[in-house]
Design a protein around this ligand. Structure first.
Ligand SMILES: Cc1cc2nc3c(=O)[nH]c(=O)nc-3n(C[C@H](O)[C@H](O)[C@H](O)COP(=O)(O)OP(=O)(O)OC[C@H]3O[C@@H](n4cnc5c(N)ncnc54)[C@H](O)[C@@H]3O)c2cc1C
Length: 555
């Protein structure tokens, strides 16, 4: 191999400044290592800063103790490995996790929570609950909420209203204090540095030596004397990668939750696989529970995840282009596919997941648990993603169709910057025929025929007259669509979580395809596999574990 010219170096090089990256960087620095974080975007935070800041860390934290909640690492581990637990769709996600990874997670919940508090994160002062988490165990409430405090919100560009700043949960309140702690500790954060490759002594053997990054059009190599930690946040934004799990996920699913702040382009997974790394625990990625794919709660904009609305003051608003219209009542629209046909009850929901309180009564290891959960397949998504035609995968563009009367009922203003007319995520016309024919954009793969949309709406209007939806059993369809102008707003499913990724062990060391540790390479969070739990808690714990094993420091 050609000798590498190193342009920079540190003991530990962390890729990504999200929920894995910043905790890993701070912990490694505090263990005495010099640390460089490379971040592809022009600001820190990743999906973690866009998140709701709901942090399900339990196991007996000081917050749980304060409110008299009994929990322990063993109880948490027992919950997360209980073979009798199923999700509301019947899928037993707990069975497909790697026990040593789950054990390490359970043992690190309390230290991680106390570490966040010690590093400036303020949690809302109330009893831990179950709001926002999923698949976090059924024995005790474990969810804590990072408070917005005075930090400017990336969603709006302004701080939260002072009246709610201490009670409003947001990822801004999690990640900005960690950024301050990292900079104070002497972590070097290199923004707009995108990792493109991981260097190893030999192509698939030997130690990991460092990484290559692109920055301002140049390629630079950064040497890692001790370790490279991958915290790149997953793979759902990479069309070819995500289709290895689910062939339906073609290009129209372009509104990934967390974008356009940061992507999940699988760059960490691909760079590690190129030097021999394996993947792990793949079943969870397609298990159809939780928030892995969601029904959009905002319509008429590309980035339409229900819990993330970009407002004009946001630093990424030029990329987001529109805020979207928030739907209060799904009776106000019908959903049609590219052919202008309805496909499901519009009030249908996306997948859900169990949590503390959703199995009544939960009894550890009882065979009755599966029958004590309410079966809820929530199939709106599967209907929306059903293929059209014989060979095309993916359900194509989905449109919410409504009229001026719905606009009045919802009190919407269907104009930019609320809707994205510029990039083709919103259309309006005075007749349904004109509306259908105006829908021209890259993901509308076939023209919608005006007569078809007219026929769909006419049939739906008869359902409203008769009070019965003969096609999809929507309960008491309420409103005819008959008052011009008519509208078509983007309402295509949103991808969210990566629940499978690189094979790691309990110390977050990356494992290769022969089952051997890749020396000097670590990973956590959504780019790591073996534990399909959604969100921040897993990422934060694994960031801390990776840093401690990379620097040889005990927890
Ligand atoms: C809108 C939204 C709300 C959410 N709410 C919650 C919640 O309330 N509770 C919860 O538990 N979870 C929540 N989540 C999930 C949670 O935010 C993520 O699971 C978590 O942030 C994953 O951490 P991570 O470090 O793996 O990835 P991230 O936090 O996304 O960090 C990855 C970072 O790596 C950077 N990166 C990627 N590739 C490269 C590269 N090649 N070179 C350099 N940098 C790179 C990215 O730009 C990004 O900054 C939410 C997610 C979203 C999108």
């Amino acid at each position: 191999m050609e000798p590498i010219t190193w342009h920079d170096e540190a003991d530990v090089v962390v890729i990504g400044s999200g929920a894995v990256g910043l905790p890993a960087a701070i912990a490694a620095r505090e263990a005495g290592a010099s640390v460089i974080v490379v971040e592809a975007e022009n600001d820190i935070g990743g999906h973690a800063i866009t998140s709701g800041g709901n942090v399900p860390l339990g196991g007996g934290t000081s917050a749980q103790k304060k409110y008299g909640i009994v929990d322990s690492p063993d109880l948490l581990f027992g919950d997360l490995t209980d073979w009798t637990v199923v999700e509301p769709n019947g899928h037993p996600d707990y069975r497909y996790n790697d026990r040593e990874i789950v054990r390490a997670f359970a043992d690190n919940n309390v230290p991680a929570y106390e570490w966040l508090v010690a590093h400036g994160v303020v949690f809302v002062d109330k009893a831990p609950d179950e709001r926002g988490g999923n698949a976090v165990g059924n024995s005790a409430p474990r969810e804590m909420h990072a408070a917005a405090m005075e930090w400017p919100l990336i969603q709006t560009g302004a701080p939260a209203d002072p009246e709610v700043a201490a009670t409003m949960s947001t990822g801004n309140g999690l990640m900005r204090p960690l950024e301050v702690a990292a900079r104070r500790a002497g972590v070097r954060i290199l923004l707009e540095h995108r990792m493109t490759a991981i260097h190893r002594e030999e192509p698939t053997s030997g130690r990991v030596l460092g990484i290559a990054v692109t920055h301002a059009g140049t390629v630079r190599n950064i040497r890692a004397r001790k370790a490279v930690i991958i915290g790149t946040g997953g793979s759902q934004g990479n069309i070819e990668f995500r289709r290895m799990f689910d062939p339906r996920l073609t290009e129209e699913y372009c509104g990934l939750a967390g974008m356009p702040w940061s992507d999940q382009d699988a760059s960490g997974e691909l760079a590690a696989m190129a030097i021999g790394a394996a993947l792990w625990g793949l079943a969870n990625q397609v298990a159809e529970f939780g928030w892995q794919i969601t029904k959009p709660g905002l319509i008429g904009c590309q980035f339409n995840y229900v819990n993330l609305q970009w407002m004009p003051g946001s630093p990424v608003f030029p990329k987001a282009r529109a805020s979207g219209l928030r739907v209060q009542d799904w009776h106000d629209v019908i959903h049609v596919n590219m052919l202008g046909r309805r496909f499901y009850d519009e009030t249908g929901l996306h997948f859900s997941a169990n949590n503390h309180g959703s199995i009544t009564a939960y009894e550890p290891l009882s065979h009755r648990n599966a029958s004590n959960i309410t079966y809820a397949p929530n199939n709106w998504l599967n209907a929306a993603m059903a293929g059209i035609g014989e060979t095309r995968n993916g359900g194509g563009a989905i449109w919410a169709i409504f009229d001026a009367a719905a606009v009045a009922r919802e009190a919407w203003d269907p104009r930019p910057p609320n809707v994205d007319t510029e990039a083709g995520f919103f259309f309006s016309a005075n007749t349904l025929e004109e509306l259908a024919e105006s829908i021209v954009m890259p993901h509308q793969r076939v023209p919608m025929r005006g007569a078809d949309l007219q026929a769909t709406v006419a049939r739906y209007n008869t359902f409203v007259e008769n009070g019965i939806d003969e096609d999809f059993d929507k309960s008491e369809p309420r409103y005819k669509i008959e008052t011009p102008p008519f509208y078509a707003a983007w309402a295509t499913p949103v991808l969210h979580d990566s629940l499978a990724g690189l094979r790691i062990d309990a110390e977050c060391r990356v494992i290769d395809m022969r089952g051997a540790v890749i020396p000097g390479l670590y990973c956590g969070g959504e780019s790591a596999g073996g534990f399909g739990q959604h969100g921040l808690a897993r990422a934060i714990c694994q960031g801390l574990i990776a840093a401690r094993s990379a620097t040889g420091t005990p927890a």
